[in-house]
Design a protein around this ligand. Sequence first.
Ligand code: PBG
Length: 326
Amino acid sequence: MNGTFQRHRRLRSSAGMRNLVRETHLHVEDFIYPLFVVEGSGVKEEVSSMPGVYNLSLDYLKEEIDEVVQLGIQSVILFGIPAHKDPIGTEAYATEGIVQQATRKIKEWAPQLIVVADTCLCEFTDHGHCGVISHGDVLNDPSLELLVKTAVSQAQAGADIIAPSNMMDGFVAAIRVGLDEAGFEHIPIMSYAVKYASKFYGPFRDAANSAPSFGDRKTYQMDPANRREALREAASDIAEGADFLMVKPALAYMDIIRDVRDRFDVPLVAYNVSGEYAMIKAAAQNGWIDEKGITMELLVGLKRAGADLIITYSAKDAARWLKELD
Ligand code: PBG
């Protein structure tokens, strides 16, 4: 041949050659593993739409934490399901709230494990909305006060990172001021800056029993059709003091992950959400797909798209698979 075409296959000729030129790598440090904690004892209940994911009471949480640490996972994000819900989500900011209790326990068992606290009200309100309701509307500024109380109580319990997910305007600014005033100026905020009103959250809402009892979240979460709006959301959260930005969901929003990565320099988190996990598990259980291959391809795809960190229910599986590859 006279060299009129490129021989791209030269760099794909063997496993060693492919390893040498690989551009993106997954590491166990990239993962943040979600945990659902419940009150009571002796509870280890699998979420029906999320095989392998459990609602755990604190006594069962210990073995889960041991496993997470043993697998080399460095970070978990906590979601709480309280025994009692009310209109103003009191259990979200109670000193003995389930997230606060779980945080204290985890920091006692595994002080080096980074505990991210999801700061929202929807798991704690009886109407399932992420803020205070009046005449069928979610009120912005009164909700902020409760979110600040929640964030401060989570920090008091020992949370290493506060992750507000409620999409009220000004939530980062309010929480930053609240944390600083309470002496937690060293605690970073991981903002769910770009969170879409998505059907992919369905299985999570089963797990947390947090589906809104009326209406939907479209007045606060974003329209899936919008791309420029994502940059406005991210810019305002950076201006308000966010230390991390998040895009959620992940798979249908890889363009957004790339846009945010290109525009902002803070660490970027992709949330590989419950519906994304459920689809893979369901297809795998039917024997229709290669679960391991597809999961790893999706995770590396999220990093290639620009994510530094991935919140994923697949973290434990992926950590095991990464060890096999070593
Ligand atoms: C709380 C919250 C939700 C998720 C994370 N934090 C649910 C929602 O907004 O309805 C969803 C996560 C997932 O689907 O895995 N607001």
